[in-house]
Design a protein. Structure first.
Length: 272
């Protein structure tokens, strides 16, 4: 596969999970990669984030495909640091064509016991999952524009961004991501830069597969809230989402912009 030969993609949260999967799939398609990951944990998220060793493994796997990769430890909440990482990557790789705003956290499974914990959880999720998406796009846009070749910006949303769910800050942030997409899609259309949101259902990553999340989902069922896919699959694999990301980077999607793209096994359409 070489639909993206000679192109460069910037991806956040590449240490593991969906981010690593996106990096590998785009590299398989011929793209070089600029990637970042925070590589440290959040007190409000009771599951571990990717480590520096995880980030190094992503680099190893991309390089094993014969592609170049510039990977840095960076926090999407830090707009200045993020832009510095992109600048360094473009200096080394020569261009930028795509951005994938993938980094995210969830505190849905964490039972807050104090007001301070509740405030911290809200701030962490909004700062990473919403402001971090905005920072990612703003870091990438000047370099994609400078190329004069058009490009694609893909924001990783969630079915929680299309339906109400029990996770307050996560749902709020993912709805906000849709607003970011709609505004940028209009703003960048004249320059042939496409902006879309991919909305996965639950994916087989640490965010979804950990004891805290399973307890949270069980509590939702106890309250009469059933989060089920229409198709007979409980969890998608990261590669399922990466296939759509690759399509949205490719010329095959050259006239697709301003859209919400569910990859959700029928979750959003299901009526219970």
């Amino acid at each position: 596969m070489s639909r993206l030969q000679g192109k460069v993609a910037f991806i956040t949260g590449i240490g593991r999970g969906q981010g690593r999967s996106h990096a590998i799939r785009l590299a398989e398609e011929g793209a070089d990669i600029i990637g970042v990951d925070i590589c440290r944990d959040f007190d409000s998220a009771p599951y571990p984030m990717a480590s520096k060793e995880d980030l190094a493994e992503t680099v190893r796997q991309v390089e094993a495909l014969g592609r170049r990769v510039v990977a840095r430890v960076a926090d999407v909440r830090d707009a200045v640091g993020l832009r510095s990482a992109v600048e360094e990557g473009v200096d080394q790789l020569g261009r930028l064509d795509f951005a994938v705003a993938n980094a995210g956290i969830s505190t849905a499974q964490f039972r807050m016991t104090t007001l301070e914990e509740d405030i911290q959880a809200w701030n962490d999720v909004i700062d990473v999952n919403l402001t971090g998406v905005w920072n990612t796009a703003q870091a990438a846009i000047p370099y994609i524009l400078a190329g004069g070749r058009g490009g694609s910006i893909i924001l990783i949303g969630s079915t929680a961004g299309l339906r109400g769910a029990g996770a307050g800050p996560y749902t709020a942030a993912k709805h906000g991501v849709v607003g970011i997409m709609r505004g940028l899609a209009n703003e960048l259309a004249e320059d042939n830069i496409r902006v879309n949101v991919v909305h996965p259902t639950a994916v087989n990553t640490m965010m979804a597969v950990n004891p805290g999340m399973q307890a949270f989902l069980a509590s939702q069922v106890a309250n009469g809230i059933h989060s089920r896919n229409a198709m007979p699959v409980e969890l998608l694999e990261p590669a399922d989402i990466s296939a759509t990301v690759a399509f949205l980077c490719s010329d095959e999607s050259r006239y697709i912009t301003g859209t919400n793209v569910p990859v959700d096994a029928g979750f959003v359409n299901r009526v219970d």
